[in-house]
Design a protein around this ligand. Structure first.
Ligand code: AMP
Length: 284
């Protein structure tokens, strides 16, 4: 397995392989890998000859009071997991490799990123779009795999790729959960045992809403209110609970193709997000 930190070396590696007709798959991550990330690796391997996983804790997507400095990092553990899961190369640049000190060019998506996490984390999606565009230029992938876990991010990045004509096929893979339902996240490491137990309220109440929506319940505000109340009762501090059109992130009209139920909540200082998508014919 190759490891690159330098952008030119990374580009040369993929350009050589592309000249040999190989399809390159990219899995962008911030590291501290778990089964969710590895499911994206396996999805990439189904569609590409070469799988490259990037590890970069991107400073521009963190707000000034967020957890950039304490975000969990363990390169050696990540390297081993990549090797064991068939990754061909890791791209792990330093912040100084990725951002010029006087960098003054950023990418903004202005519609899908307006609500949900975008409204609560100013600048977050500008950071995400910019870093993913830069990762695409460094790795030159044919396909890229992202997780449904970050539902809004997946939609925003799909829109960026469409609007800016990136020649990259976007694949979105389902949420991987712990056996008790908690959505896997590098940030779960911050939770105390008690917080982790309490945080199960998020997935439990989402699954309940999923059943109710599939059964035809249409009082979205009331459902969102019940989800919020359940999370608050478990000791969580709700940041948002919203039921939106899964394609547009607008309030659902009479006949949405799909519904997104999206939750963000704090347990202690740890902000967790989770979601479910319900398609109209009832298939997830
Ligand atoms: P992160 O390292 O948290 O930035 O995540 C990197 C990629 O992994 C993103 O596309 C996430 O949506 C995806 N991801 C994170 N957690 C999960 C999960 N539990 N299931 C599936 N994909 C995930």
């Amino acid at each position: 397995m190759k490891i690159f930190s330098n952008i030119l070396d990374m580009q040369n590696y993929t350009l050589t392989l592309k000249r040999q007709g190989k399809r390159i798959g990219l899995v962008p991550t911030m590291g501290f890998l778990h089964e969710g990330h590895l499911s994206l690796v396996h999805e990439a391997a189904k569609h590409a000859d070469i799988v490259i996983l990037s590890i970069f804790v991107n400073p521009t997507q963190f707000g000034p009071n967020e957890d950039f400095d304490k975000y969990p990092r363990d390169f050696e553990r990540d390297r081993k997991l990549c090797e064991d899961n068939g990754v061909d190369a890791i791209f792990a640049p330093e912040v100084a490799d990725m951002y010029f000190k006087d960098c003054s060019t950023y990418i903004n998506e202005n519609k899908l990123s307006a609500g949900l996490c975008g409204a609560r984390r100013p600048g977050h999606f500008q950071g995400v779009c910019t870093v993913v565009a830069k990762l695409f230029n460094a790795v030159l992938p044919d396909i890229a795999v992202f997780g449904q876990k970050d539902a809004q991010q997946a939609l925003v990045l799909r829109r960026m790729v469409r609007d800016l004509n990136f020649p990259v096929k976007m694949l979105i893979a389902p949420i991987v959960r712990e056996s008790d339902g908690l959505a896997m996240s590098s940030r779960n490491k911050y939770l105390t045992e008690e917080q982790r137990r309490n945080a199960l309220a998020i997935s439990r109440t989402l699954f309940k809403a999923e059943n109710e929506l599939k059964a035809g319940r249409k009082d979205f505000d009331a459902i969102a209110g019940e989800i919020s109340a359940t999370i608050s009762a478990s000791g969580g501090r709700v940041d948002y609970v919203e039921i939106l059109d899964a394609d547009t992130l607008e309030l659902p009209n009479e006949t949405p193709r799909g519904l997104l139920v999206a939750v963000a909540a704090y347990y202690g200082a740890t902000r967790l997000i989770d979601n479910i998508i319900i398609t109209v014919d009832g298939q997830e």
